[in-house]
Structure formats: C-alpha cells, structure tokens
Design a binder for this molecule. Structure first.
Ligand code: FRU
Length: 503
C-alpha cells in the first residue's frame, strides 16, 4: 500500500514538472551593436525588432555606443563573453573597430556588418548601402540647381571622417563634381555626424565664403543644424542638401522647407535580420548584399513619400497589433495547455486515488470479511464456551446439586455403620462406579474416603468437645469398632484418639 502511494506521488510530481518545463532558453541570441542612436537608427532598430516577431523563439539585444569607439568595443566584447549566437555591427569608425570585430569573427561568432564597414573582410555578411551613389546623386542634384559653368560656390560637411559612409559619400560627391562643372567646392569639413559641430563649421565657413550658394551635409541631422544657423544669419538663400530622408526627421524637414532636399539612405532592418537567420539556420546568404541608392526627396515628392510612409506605419501598427493579439492567443493557449495538463494530472491522480481507494475498499472488504469470519468464529466459540459454561454450570449446579445431595447424605447418615458406596449411589440414582467416578472427578476422593474422613472429623470434634468414651464416639460416628476408629484416626491425624484426648 505504501509503495502504491509513493508511486502515485512520483507520477504526480513528474506530470507537474512536465507542465512547468515550458520556460526554455531562447533558440538564438542576436546582439546588435549600433555606433549611435538617432532618428535614422531608431527606424532601423524598429524594423529589426518587427522582423524578430517572426522568430519569437529567439531574442535580440540592441545597444548603442553613442558615437564612441571604446564603448562600442566593450559592447561587442560583452556579446562575445556572453556567447551570443550572432553579432550585427554598424562600426563607428572602420580602423578602430576592426580588431574587436575580427576577434568575434575568429571566435566563430557569425558577424553581419551594415551601414558602416571595417577595414578588412572579417565578417560573415555585409549589407552594402550605396553611399558612393548617394554622394554622386547629391552632386548631380546640386548641379541641376545652378546654371551650367556658373562655378557656383558650395561646401560639404561630411560625417565622421573615420566612418566609411562619410568616406564613400565624399568620394561619390567628388566624382559627381568632376562630371558637373557648374559647381565649385570651396571646402569639405568633418561634421562628425554632429548637429552642433555642423552648425559651428557652417558658421565659420560662411564668414570665409559668404557667397556660398549650397551646403551639402552627409546627414539630415547635420543639415538641420546648418539650417538653424542660416536662419539666424538671415542666409536662407543658401540651398541645403541633407542625407538619410528618415521619416520623422529628414522628410518632414524637406516638406516644411527647413532643408531643400535629402537622399534616401535605406535602413534595411528587415533584410539584416533575414540575413542573420539565413546564417543561423544554414540557409544560403550573400557575403555582400548591395543595396542601390534610392531617389532624392525634395518639395516635389516629400508629401507623397510621407503619406506613403504613414500608410506603411498604419500597416506596420496593424502587424504589431496582430502580433500582440497572437501573443495573447499564444499566452491563452499556453495557459489552456497548462490548465489542461493540470486537469489531466489531477484526473490521473484522482484516478489513482480512486484506484487506491477501491483497492483499500477491497482490502477493507476482505478484512471485513475476515473480521466477520473471525467474529463469527469468536461468536461460535463464545457460544460454545457459553454452552460449555452453561453446561458446566448445569453440571456444577447439577454437580453442586448432586454434590450437595451427596454431602447431605454423608452429613445426615454418617452414623449409620451400614452406609456404603452402594447405599449412597442408590439414594442418588447412580451406579456405584458412576458415583465413585463423579465424586473422584469433583474431589479427587472416593465416596468411602469422604465418608470416613467426615466420620473421623466428627470423632475429633467429639474427643475435643465432650467427655464421651471412645466406644461411645465409635458408635456415634458410625465406625464399626474402636480399634478400626483408632487405626483410621492415627492414619488420618497422625495420633490415636487417646493421644488427642490426653494432649
Ligand atoms: C545615423 C547616421 C546617419 C548616417 C549614418 C551613416 O547614426 O549618422 O545620419 O546616414 O549614420 O552611418
């Protein structure tokens, strides 16, 4: 029985444990090391997070280095130490970040590089955005604004000179200027992707080249900084070109006339995550994915692009909402599964307890029957005993009665010398042998012995309590002669009647 209980308990514990085992480790852990955090990057991060919705068994961790090489190196080292399955990196500056990316790559962790490159090929896949094409388009767009051969003065504010997008945009811009003689580049300075820096540089360059007609900034963030400065200086006659065209910043700036035009720098968050899972799941992927540069954005198309983006945002929100609903359904399903597991466990336990209970019932029933049997036997035994006692009582009563009658005869007729077993047996309606057996079984003496002992006792009483002679006593107690009395007396009491009387 005890064993049965312990088996039940073990089953119960196992089933409960199985029900709780759900919370398991993520299938893959992807680390994203962003060099900075701003509108453009936030758009990319959101795209990556949305793409992860299709891989809810894995997790993504996005960190920003705030344009600081040392911090980004530490961020990547942390992903290596925590053994992430894949690392995605937008390296802040190519030279500075190559060693740590190489370390991750050589540690066997797949590395995807995007937006900015390192200086060597230590990566699994690179999402190559056409920065050169963007620079070239900016030159082409700028030249279209001014009359041919007008040698219009312009200057360029680049992104961080150690970052490959700045280097490639600059190169593309130079190539474009070679093709379009209407422009004359008077300066190219490093704005380091920073709005304040760009504004400061524009200010100092304007004092040098007040007849500048156009400024090309490698990002909308810097272009907006320049625009604020020009507004202060009352030089809104100068054309400002930006880059990125991220909705929420560049596109609105063009629509609202803060800057004149910008160039779409695609964020490609979805594609980056798709490539990551192709690598992780051993599906084909390209070592270098070339993304062509897209159109420019100016007054003519900013509005329509923003509206398209708003529609896209609505659709995206619907996807997010659907995902939220799906998560809720999933949670509900999980709860239901857990609940049904629990019910199942309870049902099994109940069944086991019922089974145990039935077993106990059967055992109990068996014990009951055994008890009843024992009881019955005991009752029978008790009845038998009672009958026996009754019988005994009867016998005893009878015996008592019989014994009393026998004694009574002795007591009343002991003086009669002719008394014998026969005469007593006759009075008791028994044969002499029967009488002798009964008296012997009751007293271990024969009737004659009892009669003689009784007569001797009476003689002793008379010797002590009267002054009758031995002859008189012999007759009175039924002895046949004084000599026989004396012989029995001595045998019984160890002394003669005379001795007794004289003592
Ligand atoms: C955002 C940004 C963009 C620029 C890109 C180049 O962090 O500065 O403005 O186009 O990085 O990597």
């Amino acid at each position: 029985m005890k064993r049965l209980f312990s088996v039940t308990f073990v089953i119960f514990a196992l089933l409960l444990f199985a029900g709780c085992k759900e919370k398991n480790e993520p299938k893959f852990r992807i680390g994203v090391s962003q060099c900075s955090s701003d509108e453009w990057r936030e758009k990319m991060n959101q795209e990556m997070i949305r793409e992860m919705l299709f891989h809810d068994d894995s997790l993504i961790e996005i960190v920003s280095a705030d344009d600081n090489n040392e911090k980004q190196i530490a961020d990547i080292q942390s992903f290596i130490d925590r053994k992430f399955d894949l690392i995605i990196v937008a390296p802040n500056e190519a030279e500075a970040l190559t060693p740590i990316v190489k370390k991750a790559y050589e540690a066997g962790i797949p590395v995807i590089i995007f937006d900015r490159r390192i200086s060597e090929d230590y990566y699994t896949s690179y999402i190559d955005l056409d920065n050169k094409g963007i620079g070239y388009s900016a030159a082409q767009y700028a030249s279209s604004l001014f009359p041919h051969n007008s040698q219009t003065k312009i200057f360029e504010i680049t992104g961080l000179s150690g970052s490959t997008p700045a280097q490639e945009r600059h190169r593309g811009f130079m190539e474009g200027l070679d093709s379009f003689p209407s422009l004359k580049l008077v300066a190219s300075v490093d704005g380091e992707w920073d709005r304040g820096k760009a504004s400061f540089l524009a200010d100092s360059l304007l004092s040098l080249y007040p007849d500048t007609k156009l400024i090309y900034a490698h990002s909308d963030n810097m272009a907006i900084g320049v625009s604020e400065l020009l507004k202060e200086k009352g030089r809104e006659d100068i054309t400002i070109l930006g880059t990125d065209a991220s909705p929420g910043q560049g596109m609105e700036a063009v629509r609202d006339g803060i800057i004149d035009a910008t160039f779409i720098y695609p964020t490609e968050g979805h594609r980056i995550i798709k490539t990551a899972f192709a690598i992780l799941e051993g599906e084909p992927f390209e070592k270098v994915v070339h993304i062509p540069s897209l159109s420019s954005v100016d007054k003519s198309n900013a509005e329509i692009l923003l509206r398209q983006n708003d529609l896209l945002k609505e659709e995206t929100n619907k996807v997010l909402l659907l995902d939220e609903i799906n998560d809720q359904q999933e949670t509900r399903y999980k709860n239901l599964t857990r609940f049904s597991n629990t019910i199942l466990v309870l049902a099994i336990v109940l069944a086991l307890i019922l089974f145990l209970f039935i077993l106990l019932l059967i055992r109990n029933r068996k014990l009951q029957r055994e008890l009843e049997l024992q009881n019955k036997t005991l009752i029978e035994e008790r009845d038998r005993q009672q009958k026996l006692y009754q019988h005994l009582d009867e016998v005893l009563v009878k015996e008592d009665d019989f014994y009393n009658r026998f004694i009574n005869i002795i007591k009343t007729q002991f003086a009669d010398t002719s008394m014998s077993t026969d005469s007593i047996a006759q009075q008791l309606n028994l044969g002499p042998a029967q009488l002798t057996r009964k008296i012997k079984s009751l007293t271990h003496f024969t009737p004659v012995e009892i009669l003689r002992n009784y007569r001797l006792e009476q003689a002793r009483q008379l010797l002590l309590s009267s002054d009758k002679t031995i002859n008189e006593i012999t007759t009175e107690v039924g002895f046949s002669s004084p000599a026989y009395l004396t012989k029995c007396f001595r045998e019984h009491f160890g002394m003669t009647p005379t001795d007794l009387r004289n003592s």
